[in-house]
Write a protein that binds this ligand. Structure first.
Ligand SMILES: Nc1ncnc2c1ncn2[C@@H]1O[C@H](COP(=O)(O)OP(=O)(O)OP(=O)(O)O)[C@@H](O)[C@H]1O
Length: 504
């Protein structure tokens, strides 16, 4: 192995009875690209936080550049050149690219006055070094997600990073953006900078990393050279189970001819154009297409958050105008948004409060106060039905693993008894085993007669879990397929992207 940059020895960390890390060892070499994988809740984020010095560990020690730390703080991490890029990127949206890149350096140098020229020079120099043509004067809020990611990486590089840790950096990126990110990571490697990369997308993990550490239930399963592994082995080591990849197309005998939702020539300038389709009770309809194809904008319109310019929406055989989510809910529509952290959950509220948030008016007692008994009963019912894994419903949603957070959002909507349920990217950030469980749960809801729309940029996800798939590109429907009569290749050809299929 290359010269050791970081060695974590027997790191343990518990949270109120949960052993998040149990005597974990990890070694990162200089210039190494190392991936951390594991199911939701296996301890990846906790390990990252320990390496960044943002949480105290209970036991163990860190050796960085040969120096041992029993108590490692965020300031030590910065001095040792460890930079973490979290999923929210921690950028200042209203500042320019140059300001975002140089702000920490300016603060570190204790400058009282901002030297705009120097700021721009630092940013230009770093951007040129990694060969990314970004305008230093552009506001960060106007950048694509991929370019925001680049700004966060360049900011880390200007702080003399020796190790950049990225937590699920590709979630909101298109395939070509992922390729550019990977070339930046390779460029860092050539400069001797190490990368630790966390992802649930196993195809990406196998593509970019040299070594992989697998965690399960807070314990290390093992360290592997990437060329020793394939999707099958990786999944087995992660879950301890053989997940059958020989898949069967979803076949639904419960589909009924009754239309629950119909769109007729729905259009919104710059978002989508002339969208028409019908969803029937018990049907699962997939909508796929690359990011930016107009899928999410369309879903937001059906949920009353993005009023269309023209066209009609029909619910249960009647034309309706939906101008607010409240109206949508009253019409029996549920919506699981793309970003569960920002739009789907109250992270600093209990699981019980999250599940009951959509139906508080139905939980009133005779004095018009919220009945804590009814609230707890409702939350318990849905938590049990959806197998939410938690010691108590009093736990804050932010402390649940990704798969369980997603179940809480689904539970919250099921409590409203929707007849139409739209799920936007339901399994982003969800591990492979939980993904299979979430798909089974969606099949079960359709079997009970709910009309379901799954929006996803993962072609296999819609192909293997839907009755029908619509492909969208630049705001238009460019293809419609019955899943029983199509293939992955046919769909990929239209969507314009091929990836290794690792869907369950
Ligand atoms: N602040 C906290 N309080 C209580 N429990 C916590 C806290 N943070 C994490 N946990 C628990 O520790 C365990 C490990 O969580 P962690 O977030 O590290 O997993 P992960 O592998 O990053 O999961 P994901 O893939 O969903 O992001 C989980 O059981 C989680 O519920």
């Amino acid at each position: 192995m290359a010269e050791e940059l970081l060695v974590a020895r027997n790191i343990s960390k518990s949270y109120a009875g949960v052993r998040a890390l149990d005597r974990v060892n990890l070694t990162i070499g200089r210039g190494e690209i190392h991936c951390l994988v594991g199911e939701n809740g296996s301890g990846k984020s906790t390990l990252i936080k320990a390496l960044a010095g943002v949480i105290p560990i209970d036991e163990g020690e860190l050796l960085i550049h040969g120096r041992a730390y029993k108590h490692f703080h965020a300031i030590d991490a910065i001095h040792e050149g460890i930079q973490v890029i979290y999923q929210d990127l921690s950028l200042f949206p209203r500042l320019t690219v140059a300001e975002n890149i140089s702000v920490n350096q300016m603060v570190e140098k204790g400058r009282k006055f901002v030297n705009w020229k120097e700021m721009k020079r630092i940013a230009q120099q770093e951007l040129a070094r990694i060969g990314v043509p970004l305008d230093p004067e552009e506001l960060v809020e106007d950048l694509s997600m991929a370019n925001k990611q680049i700004v966060a990486i360049v900011r880390a590089l200007t702080q003399d990073a020796k190790l950049i840790i990225m937590d699920e950096p590709t979630t909101a990126l298109t395939k070509s953006e992922i390729d550019s990110l990977f070339s930046v990571i390779m460029d860092c490697k050539a400069r001797g900078i190490s990368t630790v990369f966390v992802s649930h997308k196993l195809n990406e993990v196998l593509e970019i990393s040299e070594n992989i550490t697998i965690l399960r239930d807070g314990k290390k399963v093992g360290d592997y050279r990437t060329d020793e592994l394939d999707t099958e082995k990786l999944t087995f080591y992660m879950t301890g189970k053989k997940i059958d990849h020989s898949r069967f197309l979803y076949h639904n005998q419960h589909q009924q001819p009754t239309p629950v939702l119909a769109l007729k020539d729905l259009s919104k300038i710059d978002h989508y154009e002339q969208i028409s389709f019908t969803l029937t009770a018990g049907e699962i309809l997939g909508i796929t297409g690359l990011l930016g194809s107009g899928r999410t904008e369309l879903a937001l319109s059906i949920f009353g958050l993005n009023p269309p310019d023209s066209g009609e929406i029909w619910v249960q055989g009647r034309p309706v105008t939906i101008t607010s989510p409240r109206q949508a809910v009253n019409l029996g529509i549920g919506f699981l948004p793309e970003d569960r952290h920002i739009q789907g959950l109250f992270l600093q509220q209990t699981i019980e409060n999250n599940i009951s948030a959509t139906i508080l008016n139905k939980l009133l007692n005779p004095f018009k106060l919220i009945s804590s008994g009814k609230k707890s009963q409702t939350a318990t019912r849905w938590a049990t039905e959806l197998h939410i894994k938690t010691p108590t419903l009093e736990m804050f949603a932010e402390n649940l693993s990704g798969g369980n957070q997603q179940r809480v959002v689904v539970a919250k909507w099921l409590a409203t008894h929707p007849t139409i349920f739209i799920l936007d990217s339901p399994t982003v950030g969800i591990d492979i085993a939980s993904k299979a469980e979430i798909h089974a749960m969606i099949h079960d809801l359709a079997a009970r007669g709910m009309g379901i729309i799954i929006i996803s940029d993962e072609v296999p996800e819609v192909l293997y879990n839907c009755n029908r798939v619509l492909v969208m590109k630049a705001g238009k429907i460019i293809g419609e397929f019955e899943t029983q009569k199509t293939t992955e290749e046919e769909l990929f050809a239209l969507v314009g992207r091929k990836e290794i299929s690792v869907m369950s």
